[in-house]
Design a protein around this ligand. Structure first.
Ligand SMILES: Nc1ncnc2c1ncn2[C@@H]1O[C@H](COP(=O)(O)OP(=O)(O)OP(=O)(O)O)[C@@H](O)[C@H]1O
Ligand SMILES: [Mg+2]
Length: 248
């Protein structure tokens, strides 16, 4: 049975989509069957971070509503074990039938080892859709006060939803911040009240890879790519110590 992992934040622009794509591609490269689902309806861009074009990709609603089957999900040209469903255009999360969504992810869990849901910003209906059936939730935050506050609100919302496996990823940690990083990361964990699964450095390769239409982990094996590979291994259950050498 596969694992359904929601990548969430609260505050917008913290790096959910970039991290979701890096984790999906890293686990696919490790040999797992992975399905990446863009749940950001109307503002979908997971295809870009995956190094795919969404033209021709079917949406998760196409599958939920029976127009296509999961086996028709787009395949990644570089990682054959990675499939992708985009978010539908011109539909709202409120209009998604929760039972149909649940049935789709249940089927996906039989066919894939990991299913990633890239959530929209905010903690409303799109957040709930992504988190509702998730086995694990990853909250991606920056170390700035606004992101931390929103991560804390997202964590509270998940607690109310009965989610127990919730972990924090602190993204865009800079070298400058690194001199006080242990304090900063502790602060972030305290504020969000969540355990940490990884720290990802500020790395211009995240934006560059997307601009070149390449997945981050094939563009480089350092910086943010290396940090995301370490998180992917932790998701597999491997013990990968958090080391500054993984980050910078
Ligand atoms: N570790 C990083 N280093 C440098 N830039 C990053 C990093 N992570 C993300 N970015 C950049 O930050 C911007 C926002 O990232 P991304 O789209 O992944 O965030 P998001 O949380 O999915 O946003 P939204 O809430 O709008 O869905 C992008 O330009 C991306 O390239
Ligand atoms: Mg996004």
């Amino acid at each position: 049975m596969g694992e359904l992992i929601a990548v969430l934040s609260g505050k917008g622009g913290t790096g959910k989509t970039s991290v979701c794509a890096a984790l999906s591609t890293a686990l696919a490269r490790m040999g797992h069957k992975v399905l990446a689902i863009d749940c950001d309806m109307g503002l979908q861009n997971l295809d870009i971070s995956l190094g795919l074009s969404d033209s021709g990709a079917i949406s998760f609603l196409d599958v939920c509503e029976g127009r296509y089957s999961l086996s028709q999900a787009a395949r990644h040209d570089r990682f054959q074990s990675l499939a992708f469903l985009t978010a539908p255009l011109n539909r709202t999360p409120e209009s998604v039938d929760a039972d149909a969504f649940r049935d789709m992810v249940r089927t996906a869990k039989r066919e894939f080892d990991y299913i990633f849901l890239d959530a929209p910003a905010g903690i409303d209906a799109g957040f709930e859709l992504a988190a509702r059936f998730a086995d694990r939730c990853l909250i991606v935050t920056g170390a700035d006060p606004a992101a931390m506050r929103d991560a804390s609100r997202a964590a509270q919302r998940l607690e109310l939803m009965g989610k127990t496996d919730v972990k924090l990823i602190v993204n865009r940690v800079s070298r400058k911040l690194f001199s006080t990083m242990s304090v900063t990361v502790d602060d972030v964990m305290d504020t969000a009240g969540l355990p940490l699964i990884g720290v990802v450095p500020e790395d211009q390769n995240v934006t560059l890879a997307a601009a070149f239409g390449a997945p981050l982990i094939t563009h480089t094996n350092r910086g943010a790519a290396k940090a995301c590979e370490a998180i992917a291994k932790r998701l597999e259950g491997r013990r990968v110590p958090l080391s500054i050498f993984d980050i910078f």
